[in-house]
Ligand binder design. Structure first.
Ligand code: SF4
Ligand code: SF4
Length: 267
């Protein structure tokens, strides 16, 4: 924590950035995001096991961008989100300073996004997280049971869109769910419209989800909707040998055409 605050002080007092996005004290269970603009606010930065939120989401929020050049304290999930956003032309070196936090609490100031990519590549393929095990369990159920499971889960959704707000990759300024000419997805919370909303969200995030689980943690009803996007991430990995947030290259499998694609999904 001291190393983090020392580095943050250097950056803010040296005028490198106007704001540092990091974690501060929240509840006993979870830290909360803070936006440090002064040395006194920098002293409130923390990093411990409660710091789970994917802070990269704030890099896309207009009200945060308006504060000026940003720095961000970045766990591995945040670093992967930054790479994914940069690969989608949403971030450049001019926009931010990245302060990486290692698993043992060390601090790395990356000189540029290329260095973030090299760091993530050197760390190797991300380990399968426990959500992948839950997905495999659901996959083992017969088709009818799986359908029933998701029908029950998704019919409870109240369409508050907290999952969308929490995801760094959901940065469209106007989402399909808010379009009413034509109204692709019914606005009220009901069984059919809920299903459409979640299928649309999952498809939009296919090949882009870095599997941080934040959408599931953000849901006030505790619906495991992160398993939908993470299931598609697993499919993309097995079909295209691709994981999001590992590279600065624009190569998303669902938006890249390759003449030698095996195309075995076309029957
Ligand atoms: S798990 Fe995927 S879809 Fe959910 S918030 Fe993280 S990146 Fe977004
Ligand atoms: S956060 Fe939960 S209740 Fe809100 S829209 Fe997403 S799934 Fe539905």
């Amino acid at each position: 924590m001291e190393a983090l605050r020392k580095k943050a002080h250097e950056i803010i007092t040296g005028g490198q950035v106007k704001v540092i996005i990091g974690y501060g004290e929240g509840s006993p269970e979870r830290a909360r995001a803070i936006f440090a603009q002064t040395p006194a606010e920098v002293d409130q930065l923390i990093f411990d096991q409660r710091c789970l939120q994917n802070l990269a989401v704030y890099l896309m929020k207009p009200e945060v961008k308006a504060l000026g050049k940003m720095a961000i304290t970045a766990s591995k999930n945040v670093l992967r989100s930054i790479l994914q956003l940069a690969s989608e032309n949403q971030l450049t070196d001019a926009d931010l300073v990245v302060i990486g936090i290692t698993d043992d609490g060390g601090v790395i100031e990356f000189p540029n996004l290329q260095a973030v990519e090299e760091h993530i590549k050197a760390a190797g393929t991300p380990a399968k997280n426990e959500d992948r095990a839950r997905i495999e369990e659901i996959d083992k159920k017969p088709l009818e049971e799986r359908w029933q499971y998701w029908q029950e889960q998704l019919s409870a959704c109240v369409k508050c869109y907290a999952c969308r707000s929490a995801c760094p990759m959901c940065y469209c300024t106007r989402c399909t769910v808010e379009c009413n000419q034509p109204q692709w997805i019914p606005a009220p919370s009901h069984h059919l419209g809920n299903l459409e909303w979640h299928i649309m969200r999952a498809m939009h995030l296919t090949g882009r989800c870095i599997e941080c689980g934040e959408c599931g943690r953000a849901c006030p009803l505790g619906l495991p909707i992160n398993l939908l996007t993470q299931k598609l991430a697993a499919e993309i990995e097995s079909q295209f040998d691709w994981q999001a947030g590992m590279s600065l290259k624009v190569e998303n499998p669902l938006s890249t055409f390759k003449p030698d694609d095996k195309e075995n999904f076309i029957k």
